[in-house]
Design a protein around this ligand. Structure first.
Ligand code: SF4
Ligand code: SF4
Length: 104
């Protein structure tokens, strides 16, 4: 398994922003607003975004910085194109990268 790149393509593919774990988090909502703003201003490079500003691609960047997420809800990683692309089924942890850290 290669390193999962933190780039716009992967940010767009990632399902974390639609995941039940994050859906009620105010911290995630704020980050999403900021992301939208950056995208609208056409500054949508991952450099501008910074992994701490993006509530997703945790399989590549490690644990979520938002503390108000609910990891008792069901993880969506298994439905994500990146899961398949990087064959994350053979790695650790099995999803919940927002809680457990990046894929190895
Ligand atoms: S890593 Fe899994 S559990 Fe965490 S937000 Fe993303 S899809 Fe949801
Ligand atoms: S596998 Fe999970 S953490 Fe990684 S990009 Fe997909 S939804 Fe996001």
């Amino acid at each position: 398994m290669g390193k999962i790149e933190f780039n716009m393509e992967n940010i767009k593919k990632c399902l974390c922003t639609k995941c039940a774990v994050q859906i009620e988090s105010q911290c995630v909502k704020d980050k999403k607003k900021m992301m939208l703003l950056i995208t609208q201003q056409d500054l949508d490079s991952p450099m501008m975004m910074g992994s701490d500003k993006v509530p997703g691609v945790y399989c590549g960047t490690g644990k979520a910085t938002c503390r108000d997420i609910d990891t008792n809800k069901t993880c969506k990683c298994g439905e994500c194109p990146i899961w398949e692309e990087y064959n994350l089924v053979i790695g650790e942890p099995q999803g919940y990268f927002c809680r457990e850290g990046e894929a190895k």
